[in-house]
Ligand binder design. Structure first.
Ligand code: TRP
Length: 335
């Protein structure tokens, strides 16, 4: 008899029209490969996107685009449960329960909140931004996963999630699986093409390559990537971060180890090398862009998968909420 696969859950915000290669090579390729070994739940966390100023005319299209891109990169809905967070009231229900066992001081210590609220200014930061990590804890605990693949910046949120799960279990009785953090492996840290000292981010459109960029845009962005005043390629992240980042991208795009890729390109001139990186990225991204476009052109089919995902997710999430409510001693609705 084969053992049951361990469960994994992760989430991504639909805050852009397109994911970028930092999201893809940094995290989403791991989501794809985990499908071979784990029972995966992947969530497009649209409610989290409401915590900062969002554009109501865009979020719907971005949620659809995010869902389609997940499928286009190889998330397979016959293997994994892929769903949209706001389709399940359970996320909000459990978030409330967890907020009632979270200390105000404990939530105040979340560094991501401190950073973001400092940027927004205290008056413009919302309570939603403050309780963001509690909603994230609910996203996770609803599905009883043993592992949560996330970037390093999410470690503290995962610690909070574990603390809340333990606290609930010890106060009200075993209800939640305590999840472990699974940090992203591989060619994970993709840097900004214009500023190779910071992480690639959507807020730097010229420094990021998006999965929906045209081939021309991809080539142009790689060719104008910031490097250094040397002539020949060598791999040295400390003194040559721009070149090292491009070597990392080439490795990721060709599914090769970074050392082997570095050996292969060492000594090349920058122009030739950049062309090679651009070609490799185009070859990898073009099919994903095409697949996304055809998914978006067939809304009925996409809607069907979104619906099935929500139904599969609800089977698990509704059970967890029912158990949590009953452990809390809430009166059940008479049937
Ligand atoms: N906060 C996560 C991020 O910014 C996104 C997220 C929301 C998430 N809910 C989650 C990640 C649940 C993992 C599990 O990357």
């Amino acid at each position: 008899m084969s053992a049951r696969k361990e469960r994994v859950l992760s989430g991504i915000q639909p805050t852009m029209d397109s994911f970028h290669i930092g999201n893809w090579f940094g995290a989403l390729t791991q989501w794809v490969s985990l499908q071979q070994t784990h029972d995966c739940f992947y969530c497009v966390v649209d409610l989290h996107a409401l915590t900062v100023n969002h554009d109501p005319t865009k979020i719907k299209a971005r949620t659809l685009a995010s869902f389609a891109q997940l499928l286009a990169i190889g998330i397979d809905t016959s293997k994994s449960t892929v769903f949209v967070q706001s389709h399940l009231a359970e996320h909000s229900q459990l978030a409330w329960v967890l907020s009632c066992i979270t200390g105000y001081g404990e939530a105040s210590r979340m560094t991501q909140f401190k950073d973001k609220s400092q940027k927004e200014g205290a008056d413009r930061s919302t309570v939603g931004l403050f309780t963001y990590p509690i909603l994230q804890a609910a996203d996770i605990l609803l599905y009883q996963p043993t592992k949560v693949p996330v970037g390093d910046d999410q470690r503290q949120h995962l610690e909070l999630t574990r603390d809340l799960a333990q606290r609930f279990n010890s106060t009200y009785g075993e209800t939640f699986t305590i999840p472990d953090t699974m940090t992203v492996v591989g060619n994970s840290r993709v840097l900004d093409l214009q500023d190779p000292t910071s992480k690639m981010s959507k807020s730097s459109p010229v420094g990021a390559v998006f999965l929906m960029d045209t081939n021309e845009q991809i080539v142009k962005k790689i060719k104008s990537a910031v490097t250094d005043s040397d002539r020949a390629v060598s791999f040295d992240p400390a003194t040559k971060p721009g070149i090292a980042n491009l070597i990392g991208l080439l490795a990721a795009a060709t599914d090769t180890q970074i050392e082997a890729t570095a050996d292969q390109v060492t000594g090349k001139g920058y122009g030739e090398f950049k062309q090679q990186v651009a070609d490799a990225l185009v070859a990898r991204i073009e099919p994903v862009r095409n697949a996304t476009e055809s998914l978006l052109k067939d809304p009925a089919h996409l809607q069907e998968q979104i619906k099935t995902g929500a139904e599969k997710a609800r089977e698990v999430a509704s059970q967890t909420v029912a158990t949590a409510y009953s452990r809390l001693g809430l009166l059940t609705e008479p049937s």
